[in-house]
Write a protein that binds this ligand. Sequence first.
Ligand code: GCW
Length: 692
Amino acid sequence: MAAEVAAATAAHGGSFSRLESGSGVADADLVLTIIEDDAGPQPAAAPAPGDHATTDDNAILRGGCVPITRDGVVGEPEAAGEPEADESFRLSRDDGSVVVEAACDRGLLYGFFHVVRLGEAAFSGPDLVERHAPATAMRMLDHWDNVAVHAVMGQVERGYAGGSIFYDDGAVRADLSRVEAYARLLASTGINRVAINNVNVHAREARLLTDDLPHVARIAAAFRPWGIRVHLSVSFAAPMTLGGLDTSDPLDPAVADWWRDAADRVWAQIPDFGGFVVKADSEGQPGPFAYGRDHADGANMLAEAVAPHGGLVHWRAFVYDHRQDWRDRSTDRARAAHDHFAPLDGRFAENVIVQVKYGPMDFQVREPASPVLAAMPRTRVALELQVTQEYTGQQKHAVYLGRQWSEILDFDFTGPDSDGDADSASRIPSPTSVAGIVAPSGGIVAVSNVGDDEFWTGHPFAQANLYAYGRLTWDPAADAVGLLDEWISLTFPGAPADVVDALHTILDESWETYERYTSPLGVGFMVRPGHHYGPDVDGYEYTPWGTYHFADRDGIGVDRTVATGTGYAGLYPEPWASVYESLETCPDELLLFFHHVPYTHVLRSGKTVIQHIYDTHFEGVERVEEFVAAWERVLGSLSGDAMSDDDAARLAGRVSERLAEQRRSAIEWRDQINTYFYRKSGIPDEQGRTIF
Ligand code: GCW
């Protein structure tokens, strides 16, 4: 296979330069040839049709239009808001021969990865013809990487996999070979946009937009052959800090001019640049509020600057008062994004995407879907997920998040009993589900979990999250455990059945396991302030951050009802507003998010709240102990044909060390949570287990 791919590579300006390695497909089974068809412009060094076909070919890629060359020259500019260049492909199998056809080279790329993913299975089974297309054109990863090492956050904010793959020693890396490999890796999952710096834009990082542009252009060149566009996070105060103006008022013409010039300079160097990501008036970042303007004023001014280039503005909806008074029971952080953004629906420019975290708080292990997603039908909205495990074990704990994301993507705003569930057969999400709302609109974004760590993600199993995230952006209806299967078979090709079983034992329900031993019933947080790792029940209880549980001797939970609480439940469309409002219908797993209840309140499961807390915390630790045992049982089976002894030893060492920490941490969570609530409530565990 390698020779044919290499030949195709030359024709496509290097696009396929590395596809042959690590595909896991035996040489004899896959011979690739790219045959140009009539659609679209031909690449400069296009092979003649059939050039690389050989008589024993049994897989052929056909494709044509190449809208963007390796140097970033855009063939046909895409109008803002138009669908992206066609990324779809057609796969047909006829008597064991597989043909992938696509109108554009990106479709070919995805078709190629599809065949690699299927492996031997691509060539067996009945004849078929399938068309594959991504559910959304916007499949993005945001890096929270800093150029410089930040005093408190380190280099990568909420990064748990070492330093940045983009920057080193205060500058863009001279050697971007790791970024090239990363680009291939992301493309194989379906990602097509990457923001390369932290949304908290510090002084050094602000200059990526100006002084560092030639280096940003190098990063863009590394991503380009893989169909991935680069975006930058920018500071709203840049006209002042970089431009020397005395204001960054979005309605001041000098400010708008400054941004227009800045955008012109970016696109002059990077013709396929994606656009700007903005965190404004949030957690101390500058924004339009300082000038009495609102988020639409701010976003639209930037949108106008990037519009001539087909650029986008991702404007984050993560806006809340992080200096609130805990004594003030009327302020509810959960309401904030809705209160700020819903009234602005219809005012945002067409090339603004309002980027909304999946829940109303902050990437907790369990939150209801953000009502903002359903509240802005005249605005392009994107869903924001967090692949980096800030609140879900920081890549020390094995926590597979694919299940959580599937649940969020499937959440249907028309109600729990409607038939509007994402239809996995047709792969078309219900238009009223989260996936259905964002797919034709702003798409899906997530915070990356990758760093310069030798396993990319710190915990080797956290790679499964990166993989599943990309795959879910392409197909939000994909089965999350099925994606885990894919990841296991691609990452550990040929692994013996006991290893595969152990990986499933550990990962399949690891999200629920993590939920069990940490904060209960949707109440969230209870983590140590600042770094957010490990338990601290009252860590945030009397702080300005707005993340409270209100536990006292009688009960726990936040009253977010319309009748007696903050009114948050009423921000949902019916029937959810009523479902969440009522104690009878509120789902158990979100009970303490919506209600303050006595410890003796009986859940729909039949257990009291306090007994549920005890039981889940004991069970959570027991499950982690099963993870440890499952891993120990297969340590001797890791090395084999597909993994050298050295690789197996490195993998075993890293995973064992992380599992030991997960076990220690889970016990710490169990004992602190159980003890805290036992002491508050005075109610003993029905089973008389040890509580301190
Ligand atoms: O979850 C919080 C994090 C911050 C982060 C912020 C955000 C980049 O603790 O580190 O800042 O969210 O999403 O902007």
